[in-house]
Every structure is written in C-alpha cells, then in structure tokens.
Design a binder for this molecule. Sequence first.
Ligand SMILES: Nc1nc2c(ncn2[C@@H]2O[C@H](COP(=O)(O)OP(=O)(O)OP(=O)(O)O)[C@@H](O)[C@H]2O)c(=O)[nH]1
Ligand SMILES: [Mg+2]
Length: 324
Amino acid sequence: MDATIKKICAGDVRMASRLIRDIEDKIPEAKAKIKKLYAHTGKSFIIGITGAPGAGKSTLTDALIEQLRKKNKTVGVLAVDPTSPFTGGAILGDRIRMQRHAEDAGVFVRSLATRGALGGLSQSVGNAIHVMEAMGKDIIIVETVGIGQQEIDIINHAHSVAVVLVPGMGDEIQTMKAGLMEIADVFVINKANRAGAMQLHTELEGMLNLSSKATDGWKPPVVMVGDAFEPQTFAADTAALTNKIEEHQLYLQESGKLTERMHRKAMTEIHDALRDSLFEPIVNSLTTSGEMKRFAEKIKNRKTDPYTVAEEIAQRFFKHQEEK
Ligand SMILES: Nc1nc2c(ncn2[C@@H]2O[C@H](COP(=O)(O)OP(=O)(O)OP(=O)(O)O)[C@@H](O)[C@H]2O)c(=O)[nH]1
Ligand SMILES: [Mg+2]
C-alpha cells in the first residue's frame, strides 16, 4: 500500500490534513491519492448540519462532538466555508470553538474553503469526507451554510441532514424556499429560549404535516435546543438531538433507505467527477484559446444561439474522441 494511504488509514493527522489541503488547493496528485484511498472509505455515518449564517451550527457541532464522544464514537468534522469573502472569520471561529477537542485523538476537525472553483466545492467536500472515512472516523459531521443551491448539493454527501433554524431571524420562510425543507431529516430550533420559538415550532409542524414527508416513514422531528450559555440545559438538549440523529440512522439502516442514500451519494460523485474530467477541461481550453469570448460575442449579437454553440462544441469533442 502507498505510504501516505497507509498512514491515513492508521489515523495519521498530519498526512490527512495535508491531503485535505491538497484537495482544497486542487493539486492534481490529490486525485490520484483519493483513487487509492477509495477502497477504504464508505463505512462512516455522515451527518450534514446546515442553516443560516450565525445560526449556531458550529456551537451545536461542538456539543454533538461531546455527546458522541461520550458514546465512544470517533468523530470527524468538516466545516465548509463556501462564502469565504463574507465570512472570512468563520473558519478561525470554528477552530477556536472546537479547540477544546484538539487534544482528543478521537476527534479530527478541519475547515474547507472554496477558492472559487467552478462547481468544485461539492467534489472537494466529498473527497475531504473520504479522507476522514479512511481515517476510520465513526461519524463525520459536515457543517455548511445553507444559502444557495450549491450548499444544498453538498448535502448529497450526507446520510442524515439537520437543518438549524433560529426564531425571530425573519429568514425562516426564505430558508424553506431554498429547498432546505426537502432535505431536512431533523429540524433544530436553536436558541429556543428566544421569543417566537414556540410559534416557529408550530409553523414547522404544520408544514411537515402537509408535506409528503408526513407519510414517508420518517417524519423529521423538531428538536428545541436552548441557550448555549446555559450549560446544563444545553447539554440535555444536545443529547436529545444526538439521540434523534441516531434514531434516524437506525431508521435508514432498517428501512433500506441507507442503501438508497448511498446510491444517491455515488451518483453525486460521478456527476462531480464528470464535471471534472469532461466539462471543466472543455471550458478551460475554450477559455484559454479565446474561443469562448468569440462565442459569447456572437451570441450577444444574435449571430447564433447558446444551443447551437453547445452542439457544435459537443460534436467537435465526440468526433475527437472517435478519432482517438
Ligand atoms: N445567545 C446565544 N448565542 C449563541 C447560541 N449559540 C451560538 N451562539 C452565538 O452565536 C454566534 C454564532 O454561532 P456559531 O456557532 O458560530 O454559528 P454558525 O452557524 O456556525 O455560524 P457560521 O458558521 O458563521 O454560519 C456565536 O457568537 C455564538 O457564541 C445560543 O444558544 N445562544
Ligand atoms: Mg460555523
């Protein structure tokens, strides 16, 4: 076995961190490493935690780590920062927030920034998860800000998704519009000591009863989590949240839905890889040659249309393949 792979599979933090950084930096060798690592992945349970900026996701993740460690589970955490220009401080904040686990060999926390790669974030997230899987972590928590479609796609890498809402932020309904309602397996009403928490709970239950989820075998529970600065109630609430997530894990396993989700994850990975080896090289070569700019000009002046251009490019590419 490749020395790096062997080390990562033995849980080597330095090697794992280096590979995650290479994945983030899109270093070509990282892909080769992932190929070799792949056979050692796929055994962890992956939890996605998403919600609006500042909803308390990192604070919750930190508490979940603690709860899972009490149950002797090893934990990997990937904090995804898809909007780094705006939340530049978030990564540092995450690190500080979860630092108390830094000495614990059963916990591995890393952040991942986007660096503006075209559609590459989902793939980087998938690969960073694989590194943690190979390390043998029982549970991997992926924290991502739930704002755009891309962030929702990232959730395709998770088996169970917790959506975090906060009362009184005025963005609950907007969050729902973004499609988060569809992907949630567990809802968290965080900072539930605030005014409006009960109302939000009622609204959510109402929506859930109307949705197809009500009859789907698993109706997403709504868990209230109180103030993080009240250690006792916070610990009890986050323990309840951990139990709900574990219930969902059990449900997935027993109903056969875990297999379905794993299939979905595999599809996501194929799509990401195709984008990487097919779409991006074509776009890059057209951009470098200046042809992309000329196509855009022609489309802008209505000399042609985007479909004709795409068909022409596709034909050229497939012809090229046949000649090979
Ligand atoms: N009052 C109060 N503040 C909280 C609670 N939970 C988190 N916070 C604070 O809210 C702020 C944001 O918390 P984070 O856990 O970083 O939230 P996040 O969702 O991870 O934020 P981003 O990753 O930046 O989107 C921090 O200053 C926390 O200390 C809570 O229950 N009550
Ligand atoms: Mg955070």
